[in-house]
Design a protein around this ligand. Structure first.
Ligand SMILES: Nc1ncnc2c1ncn2[C@@H]1O[C@H](COP(=O)(O)OP(=O)(O)OP(=O)(O)O)[C@@H](O)[C@H]1O
Length: 396
C-alpha cells in the first residue's frame, strides 16, 4: 500500500508514518574482504601475521594500489585474493560469491576464480611460442569449450592490442624484457576475467619501458574496464596508477584513499613518511580548534596548521609536517610559520632543485624544492615560510 499522509488542521498529525525513501543500495564491490589474516611460521617456530585483520572493499572498475615497504605483506594479500594462499581468518567475496571463508571452511581454488594474475617474473613457458603462452588460459577452466578459431581470434586481438602481434611465433628467449612483460599482460587479459591482480609487474623492466608500460596498462584498464589490484613499493608508480591507494604497514591497511588525499592528508606519521619526502618539526599541541586547525609549540616557536590527525589533544607530542615543494623562500612575511635560514646545500635534479636550509641558529634543517633550475648560493641567507594550509599535525 502506498504511504498516505493525512494532515489534521491545527496540530499536524501524520495518521500513517511515512517511511523515509530507501537509501540507494551501495553498489556491490568487485571484492569484499573482511578480517583476512594470514600467518607464517618462522624458522624459530614463531607464527607472525603477514596480513593482519584486513578489511577492504575494492570497487568495480577501479585500480586499487597496495603500497608499502618491502615485507609489509602486499604480495601475501594479493596471493590470498588469487587463491594462492589460504587465509587463516576472514573471508573474501567476489560479486556475491564466497571465494574463501576460514570460518565456514570455504576455499575456491585459483583456477576456479574469475581472476587473472600477473607477476614480477613474467612466468612465461620458454618452450612455447608467444601465441601458445597467451592462448594457454583459454584452454583450461571454463574457457575449455572454445574452438581453435575462437581462440586464435581472441589471442590475436589481445596481441594486437599490446602491440606484439608480430611476435606471435617467437619464443620468450627471443624477445626483450619489456616485450616479455607485454606477453605476460596479454596472457592475463586474454581470459577477460574482470579482475586482474598485478604483483610489481614493472620492477624488472628498465625505467623507460616502465614509464611506457605504466601508461599503457592504465589506458588498457580504462578501455577494458577491468578491476585491478596493483602491488608496488614505488610511490610514484602508486600515485600515477591508482584510483585509490591502500598503504600497508606491517600487514595492516594504514590508510586507504585517493592518491591526492593520502599525499596531502596522510592518516598518520608513518603513512606521511612512506609516501613522499617530508619536513618534520617535533613539538606539542597547545590548541585544537573546532575548525580543525591546530597550534603547536616547537623549538622553532609556535607553528600554525590548518589540519591535524583526528583526535589530537592539548599537550600531545606531535610532528608538524609539510612537503618540500610547499616551503616558500623569501615570500611575503605573513606573520607565523616564518623563519630566517641559511642555505646549506642546493642541488639540481633536472626537473627541480633540492635545497637544504638550516633555520636560524637552531640547528634545524628543512627541505625546499623549487621547480626547474633554481640554485641557491651555499651559505646565503634566506627567509623561509610555510602556509598553515600546507602544514598538518600528526601524532608521534
Ligand atoms: N612462505 C613464507 N614463509 C614464511 N614467511 C613468509 C613467507 N612468505 C612471506 N613471508 C613473510 O611475510 C611477510 C610479508 O611478505 P610479503 O612477500 O607479502 O611482503 P611484500 O610486502 O610483498 O614484500 P616485497 O615488496 O619485498 O615483495 C614478510 O615478513 C615475509 O618475510
Amino acid at each position: 500500500m502506498a504511504n498516505v499522509v493525512s494532515l489534521d488542521t491545527g496540530d499536524v498529525t501524520a495518521r500513517e508514518a511515512v517511511a523515509p525513501p530507501p537509501a540507494p543500495a551501495a553498489p556491490e564491490p568487485a571484492l569484499r574482504i573482511r578480517g583476512v589474516r594470514k600467518m607464517y611460521r618462522r624458522s624459530d617456530g614463531e607464527s607472525v601475521p603477514a596480513v593482519d585483520d584486513t578489511t577492504l572493499d575494492i570497487h568495480e572498475g577501479e585500480v586499487l594500489v597496495l603500497l608499502g615497504a618491502s615485507g609489509c605483506g602486499k604480495s601475501t594479500f594479493l596471493r590470498c585474493i588469487a587463491g594462492l594462499e589460504k587465509p587463516d581468518a576472514g573471508s573474501i567475496e567476489s560479486r556475491g560469491k564466497i571465494l574463501s571463508s576460514a570460518e565456514d571452511g570455504v576455499f575456491v581454488p585459483p583456477e576456479q576464480r574469475d581472476i587473472s594474475m600477473i607477476f614480477q617474473s613474467y612466468a612465461l613457458w620458454p618452450h612455447m611460442t608467444i601465441f601458445k603462452n597467451v592462448a594457454y588460459p583459454l584452454t583450461t577452466g571454463h574457457h575449455k569449450g572454445l574452438t581453435r578459431e575462437q581462440i586464435r581470434e581472441r589471442v590475436m586481438d589481445v596481441l594486437e592490442m599490446m602491440g606484439i602481434a608480430h611476435l606471435a611465433e617467437q619464443h620468450p628467449a627471443q624477445i626483450s624484457g619489456g616485450q616479455q612483460q607485454r606477453v605476460a599482460l596479454a596472457r592475463a587479459l586474454v581470459k577477460d576475467s574482470g579482475i586482474v591482480l598485478f604483483d610489481e609487474p614493472l620492477s624488472n623492466v628498465d625505467a623507460r619501458v616502465r614509464d611506457q608500460l605504466r601508461v599503457e596498462i592504465r589506458e588498457m584498464q580504462k578501455r577494458l574496464g577491468f578491476t585491478a589490484v596493483y602491488v608496488t613499493h614505488d610511490q610514484e608508480e602508486a600515485i600515477g596508477m591508482a584510483d585509490r591507494i591502500a598503504v600497508i604497514d606491517h600487514g595492516v591497511v594504514a590508510h586507504v584513499a585517493t592518491p591526492r588525499e593520502v599525499y596531502l592528508r596522510p592518516a598518520n606519521l608513518r603513512v606521511a613518511r612512506f609516501i613522499g619526502k617530508l619536513n618534520e618539526v617535533e613539538g606539542a599541541v597547545t590548541a585544537v580548534r573546532d575548525d580543525g586547525s591546530v597550534t603547536v609549540a616547537t623549538a622553532l616557536g609556535d607553528i600554525e596548521a590548518a589540519t591535524g590527525q583526528d583526535g589530537l589533544r592539548t599537550g600531545q607530542e606531535i610532528a608538524a609536517v609539510w612537503r618540500p615543494d610547499r616551503t616558500v623562500l623569501n615570500g611575503a612575511d605573513g606573520g607565523g610559520n616564518c623563519w630566517p635560514g641559511t642555505v646549506r646545500t642546493s642541488e639540481f635534479y633536472g626537473s627541480f632543485t633540492d635545497s637544504r636550509i638550516t633555520l636560524g641558529d637552531r640547528d634545524h634543517e628543512v627541505m625546499h624544492w623549487a621547480t626547474g633550475d633554481v640554485p641557491l648560493e651555499t651559505g646565503g641567507s634566506v627567509r623561509l615560510s610555510v602556509a598553515p594550509s600546507d602544514v598538518r599535525v600528526l601524532a608521534r
